[in-house]
Design a protein around this ligand. Sequence first.
Ligand code: NOJ
Ligand code: NOJ
Length: 467
Amino acid sequence: MHADSKTLLEPLPTSFTCSKDADALLDRALEHLMENIGPDDGHAGAVIASPSRADPGYYDFWVRDGALVIKALQLLQDRAGKPTDPLAHEKVLGDFVRFSSLCQQVTTADGLGEPKFDVRGNVFTGDWGRPQNDGPALRAIALIELANRRLDGGAGVDDLKYLYTSDLPAESVIKADLEYVAHNWWKPCIDLWEEERATHFYTRMTQRRALLDGAALADRLHDPRAAAWYRQQAAFIGAELELHWDPDAGHLRASIERVGGIDYKYSGLDTAVVLGALHAEVPGLPFSVADDFVLITALRLRQAFDRRYQINTDKRGKPGVAIGRYPEDRYDGYRTDRKGNAWILATNALAEYYYRVAQALHARSIIRLTAINLPFYRALLPKQHGDALAVGGRLRLGETPFEAVLESLYRDGDDFIRRTLAHATDGTLSEQIHRDSGEMTGAPELTWSYASLITALLHRPKGIAYS
Ligand code: NOJ
Ligand code: NOJ
């Protein structure tokens, strides 16, 4: 990271229409993201949440944000065509593993659920919502992926010692996170927005995925008893996830069994549910991206925000919908007693969600209409098709209504990204979009905002064209 880098970085483009533009946009976003890794006054593997040191103070490493950034970098390695600098990426990944190990060894009030550290790896000891148990789960998911890629690339068990060994107490980074998750998942904790102490859909999704990925890695590395134990705990979590469905509300509730923290999240609607599917789905298990319960929750969330914020009720030609964390949000990026705004990472998450639903449906090649998912599909189709849809109906790949669904998903995905860009008028991404003025607000150059744009674009189908 360079002190004067701001002036060197090119701004993001303000819109995009085709895959070529999407590629250019992705490259820009990546440059901005890389600026926030390895600050001059910190450890090489420290990912800062934002360069903003005060008001708001985001010049710190959050385990969650860091893990999501690393996940985005790994996804980039699969990018077809022009490779991004592979050596630079490998270095960042290695530095991140070392920094993670450093942070894990710090004694903290809540073990590995400690949410943030400074750029040198000192724990933040002030008043804060802790533990946040999605952090170690997300880090495990990201680093297990790294371990698997190294094994696929020919690394041996010995090369992976730093990442995973069967030793207990855990001496390796992944094992430490997995053990923490496996022993603590059932405890209430603070959610990803750092506000409510309860049982959280997002956190549980990340924990289930971490343990299942961990079990598969343990098998690969000859640690069968650990694998069995992780699988068993993952199955318990799977059963508990079902409790988030609220049949009266008709959507998944982000949090249940509240025991503390903020108490005004009445609707239960929350982008966290969509993020849970995006960051931690396990294909074939409940609550994957195109699962009926997640689909309807995403629709209700989108509808809730379409009626909210001046920038949505009076769009002034802007496409899509600007999405917030959850409707009752009171954090404006600086203080928590105000009116919440739209968030870049939430709006981009919806883009990624629509693209990934399209991918999943395409792979399935059939849509079975149910009482739960019908409103989602109806909302996608123009009236003439929409009215023909009914519970029990089937749409098949290659037939007009199915194609219309896909086209609509692509278009909506693009519109969410266009919406983000329409507000990024100075070519950078902050944390939030002001609900009335539409200006960037909250922490500037938020790393996760760029990561969310990158992962959305990486899931955008290539060369799509629609009328
Ligand atoms: C800052 C957090 O990061 C934000 O999510 C939260 O709303 C406030 N602090 C209040 O805890
Ligand atoms: C506030 C967000 O609510 C939280 O999810 C994030 O980890 C921190 N800001 C740091 O970006």
